[in-house]
Design a protein around this ligand. Structure first.
Ligand code: SAM
Length: 365
């Protein structure tokens, strides 16, 4: 039995991936000798409806001065965050006297839009290398992990925020209660906390098990987020589906009673109950579905090899770490991975040790 990180109820894991490496730990030949792994199991808490990893590596092992994920390498995501920032500016009528905080601001992909519009903002980003890139864009960044203590310091130094934003970060943080207390302390009375993360409904619907890796402690739904918000006297006031990262949800949270609640919230909660995200049922067949995908893919890769075909991969993503390691795919089946991120190039992929080569060599190979 495992203990829920949100409500401390006991639950049984519904899928066990075995030992997994850190998904972004691309390493040289010398470094892989001491490669860290952890047991990756996922469970559903029937009481607060949260889907979560049973064990999590220490946060400093994942987020540090060599963090390999630079948000701005994707032009598509640059456009996405421009639209995200514009929608927040409109919603909160932001201007030169407003204040925006982003949790997990990475290389400034979202906040650069507020800088362009002269809206005062602050990034919170513990991974020093990506934070430095944001600073070079003129963004003020605190290189610390966000929690209640840091939130109180931000209030002392800058005052309260009109908007607290976050994308693909909340699901990474196990200590949610300190985050929500921090948000509550930092948010103005009419402020909004808007965040987006991969959506549980789509993970279950598409068996997109590759959304599960060390950094993704939680897979959120409107059910689990509304429960968590209520625990802190906050309220889920809107939800909006996003196509990013294989299907995400944007959640808007406000102080209880401060904003009107969109009908989208009740609609999504009802839909989640209809597809059974509130009970054990959809999770029970998940592990078998993953194993069927595993059998099919391995069969295909072996067949291609017999036919003398060359198989390479494009994009050394965090998600692919779960696929290659759980399926046992090594360089005998996938010769190499091409990627545009310099910090990953000429290294070996985590656990599977497939060589990562620069994108420029993709067409000439
Ligand atoms: N928001 C960006 C995006 O969507 O492209 C970056 C997402 S990246 C997957 C997660 C980021 O969250 C990393 O830059 C990491 O350093 C940061 N992070 C992790 N834990 C954090 C915490 N407790 N407080 C603030 N940032 C955190």
């Amino acid at each position: 039995m495992a203990k829920c990180l949100i409500c401390e109820s006991e639950y049984q894991p519904f899928v066990d991936f075995g030992q997994m490496p850190i998904a972004n730990a691309f390493a040289s030949k010398e470094d892989i000798r001491n490669e860290y792994t952890f047991p990756m199991k996922v469970g559903f808490c029937g009481k607060c409806k949260m889907v979560q990893l049973v064990d999590q590596p220490d946060r400093e092992m994942m987020f540090h001065e060599n963090y390999a994920f630079f948000s701005s390498t994707s032009n598509y995501m640059k456009q996405h965050f421009k639209k995200f920032a514009d929608s927040v500016s409109q919603l909160q009528a932001l201007n030169k006297s407003s204040f925006v905080v982003e949790i997990g601001s990475n290389d400034g992909i979202m906040l650069q839009n507020f800088i362009n519009d002269e809206v005062p903002c602050l990034g919170v980003e513990p991974s020093k290398n990506v934070a430095e890139v944001a600073r070079q864009k003129g963004i003020e960044v605190v290189t610390k992990f966000f929690d209640l203590g840091l939130s109180e310091k931000i209030v002392q130094l800058h005052g309260k925020a009109d908007a607290i934003l976050s994308a693909n970060v909340m699901c990474h943080i196990p200590y949610m209660h300190s985050i929500y207390e921090g948000v509550k302390a930092l948010l103005k009375e009419d402020g909004v906390f808007i965040f987006e993360d991969p959506y549980l409904g789509e993970v279950i619907e598409k068996t997109s098990f590759d959304q599960i890796y060390d950094e993704h402690v939680f897979l959120f739904s409107a059910l689990s987020i509304s429960h968590l918000a209520r625990m802190h006297d906050l309220e889920l006031v809107d939800v909006a589906h996003q196509v990013t990262h294989g299907g995400s949800m944007r959640y808007t949270i406000a102080h209880k009673g401060a904003k009107s609640v969109s009908p989208n919230v009740a609609k999504l909660l009802a839909k989640e109950c209809t597809i059974g995200l509130d009970n054990e049922m959809p999770y029970s067949g998940f592990a078998d579905s993953v194993d069927r995908i595993k059998m099919d893919l391995i069969k295909l890769l072996k067949q291609l090899k017999i036919e003398g075909k060359k198989v390479v991969a494009y994009g050394a993503t965090s998600k692919s770490t779960t696929v290659t390691n759980y399926f046992g795919i090594k360089s005998d089946l996938v010769e190499c991975i091409y990627d545009t991120t310099p910090i990953k190039q000429n290294k070996l992929s985590p656990g599977a040790h497939i060589p990562v080569r620069p994108y420029e060599q993709f067409h000439s190979s």
